[in-house]
Design a protein around this ligand. Sequence first.
Ligand code: GSH
Length: 197
Amino acid sequence: MVLRMAGIQCEIREVVLKDKPQAMLDISPKGTVPVLQLPDGRIIDESFEIMCWALAVNDPEQCLCPENGSPVEMLALIRLNDSEFKFHLDRYKYPQRFGKSVDAGHHFSRACEFLAILDSRLNQTSFLFGAGASLADVALFPFVRQFASVDPETFGQLSCSHVQYWLGYWLGNMHFLHVMKKFPQWHVGDNSTFLLP
Ligand SMILES: N[C@@H](CCC(=O)N[C@@H](CS)C(=O)NCC(=O)O)C(=O)O
């Protein structure tokens, strides 16, 4: 999505996780998506690093320069998401994967504490760090989307109306809608599919 926001043309090779292509494992043995291969052969295989790389190339919406707060504060919020919120989200979403003692309700409540932090920021401005979208907004909304989709009715009843509105904005964002289209699984020798139309 951020590659598209940055206007960077990119060949898409859609991976089915149960059937990872050898060409992907050869350049990134850890076997997670996304993986970006640059024309000079460099590999970036962490989504956050791909976002930072793309915005360093071109940042038309000024996502790296938040209007309120500093890039350091933005990174701190992203780190809190990737550690605390993701930890509780996973245990709320798939308690059975973490053993019998895991209480999904407890992790739901802890995840809601993070949503309250977001809600208080979004009570002040339309986006997390001001009137325009920032790297933090784009990095965080997919996790909030996952949280909401576990039980949309419960999410809709939470008292975090600013987060609910903000998520609605992102779900209708044209870059998001474009990248969420179903792409066919890539096989060696296929014609190229490009990100930008
Ligand atoms: N921190 C990594 C996480 C990547 C990750 O775990 N991606 C999942 C899909 S969302 C994956 O590739 N899982 C590998 C698998 O299920 O085999 C990133 O953001 O790039």
